[in-house]
Design a protein around this ligand. Structure first.
Ligand SMILES: [Ca+2]
Ligand SMILES: [Ca+2]
Length: 140
């Protein structure tokens, strides 16, 4: 399903890639908190990255390596109940070993923890990281 990016370009602090499922992915290196990242992606007519399965996680990690960024995965509603905020579902996770470890203090997820591609860590939602926004093919 996922092969190499069809488009991979750089515009300032933004890197854009298009997957052959029609989705476009935008890495914005400007650091912001998780709530700002959610709003920022909406304003770009996209949504904060949902990683729905292992294929997508591997692909996204290959295309955007060596950077830690927010993903749409949180347990802010109920401690320990991790889910994708925009869908309300928990379909897939790829935690770094012994993560999540932050209890009630860390309720939002980042990818590529300790440069381990595709491995997630929970951090404080008000910490500041780059954002990865995703659009579906029909919207772009
Ligand atoms: Ca938590
Ligand atoms: Ca953590």
């Amino acid at each position: 399903m996922y092969v190499g990016p069809l488009v991979h370009e750089f515009q300032g602090n933004t890197t854009i890639a298009k997957a052959d499922n029609g989705h476009c992915y935008y890495l914005f290196r400007t650091k912001m908190n998780w709530f700002e990242a959610q709003i920022f992606c909406k304003k770009q007519k996209s949504q904060l990255l949902q990683i729905n399965d292992q294929n997508e996680n591997i692909w996204i990690s290959m295309v955007f390596p060596n950077v830690r960024y927010w993903i749409d995965y949180t347990d802010i509603g109920k401690e320990g109940c991790w889910l994708t905020f925009s869908s309300g579902r928990d379909e897939y996770s790829s935690w770094y070993s012994r993560r999540p470890d932050g209890g009630r203090i860390q309720n939002c997820a980042t990818n590529n923890y300790l440069s381990q591609l595709g491995r997630w860590d929970d951090v404080g939602c008000h910490d500041r990281y780059p954002s990865l926004c995703e659009t579906s093919g029909s919207e772009s």
